[in-house]
Design a protein around this ligand. Structure first.
Ligand code: A3P
Length: 300
């Protein structure tokens, strides 16, 4: 059966993580059909951790020779999700076998798949992976807003209390959140040249530092000349929340998968969860986070 990703009524556990029917179908199809190339680059995120932002930045970095003029940049007329498609949510849905012959190298893909579920060829070829996550409080609040925005009016909103309870139990899209993050964290420690681990809050705090890290990791470092010409600032401005969220395409347009582009832009701030979660909820989440991450060296 085809349910919508945001209904969240029937989640299925596959390889230890929760998915909608449609997502499981996409993951299975990818595992069976996707053949990676060693130059492929993968952007992996937990839902609502800044995927749209990361896609915009990585696409712009990797393609800056093809699109040197910022005034005619594809980001001005396309949502980042249409420029860097999700493997399991766009490319392989309905057992579709996508035609990649026209994609230029390096191919840029994104996914929310947990590490355990990534297609074998990605792991065997040791393709580069950029992993982005966000603190669990803001992730939860962003996810809650997003789910309610996309839920059909007929089934009504999910309450914050219910969303909170489900998230804490791990019953969120691609959850448990903490297990997803930990898998990639461990990979990034074992193979830092292969997995770059980023946090939304850190990019917000020092965007220039992290844009440089991202460019270097992807194999497209900025030259001194580019630094002098202000290319880094230009990319940061183009990809900023204010810039992207005010574009006509993101205010009025729809993704090729049907969602309103504006659903991917809400506040774009760190700490908005403090406006919604009670002190008890925050404490509860923090205790789960501490227990899950104990001994890993990872904290938010
Ligand atoms: P909020 O709901 O907290 O505002 P994703 O892209 O993974 O779906 O995550 C969406 C979250 O990232 C939303 O968070 C959204 O507002 C924020 N976001 C989208 N574009 C952004 C950008 N260019 N810079 C910073 N945050 C952005």
């Amino acid at each position: 059966p085809r349910d919508k990703g945001w209904v969240l009524k029937h989640l299925f556990n596959y390889q230890g993580f929760w998915h909608t029917t449609r997502q499981v179908q996409g993951v299975l199809a990818c595992q069976k059909l996707f053949e990676a190339q060693d130059t492929d680059l993968f952007l992996v995120t937990t839902p609502k951790s800044g995927t749209t932002w990361l896609k915009a930045m990585a696409f712009t970095i990797v393609n800056r020779d093809r699109y040197p003029c910022i005034h005619h940049h594809p980001l001005l007329s396309s949502n980042p999700h249409d420029l860097v498609p999700f493997l399991e949510l766009k490319l392989y849905v309905d057992n579709n076998v996508p035609d990649f012959t026209n994609l230029v190298s390096p191919r840029l893909f994104s996914t929310h798949m947990p590490y355990i579920s990534l297609p074998d060829s990605i792991k065997k070829l040791e393709c580069k992976i950029v992993y982005l996550c966000r603190n669990p409080r803001d992730t939860l609040i962003s996810l809650w807003h997003f789910s309610n925005k996309l839920r059909p009016k007929s089934i009504g909103n999910i309450s914050l209390e219910e969303a909170f309870e489900r998230f804490c139990k791990g019953l969120s899209l691609y959850g448990p959140f903490w297990d997803h993050v930990l898998e990639y964290w461990k990979q990034s420690l074992e193979k830092p040249e292969r997995v770059l681990f980023l946090k939304y809050e850190e990019i917000k705090a020092e965007p220039k530092v992290h844009l440089n890290r991202l460019a270097e990791f992807l194999g497209y470092p900025f030259s001194l000349e580019e630094e002098k010409l202000g290319v880094v600032d230009e990319i940061l401005n183009l990809c900023s929340f204010d810039s992207l969220s005010n574009l006509e395409v993101n205010r009025m347009g729809k993704l090729s998968t049907g969602e309103d582009n504006k659903a991917f832009f809400r506040k774009g701030e760190v700490g908005d969860s403090g406006n919604y979660l009670t002190p008890m909820m925050i404490q509860h989440l923090d205790v789960i986070t501490e227990n899950k991450f104990i001994g890993s060296g990872l904290e938010f």
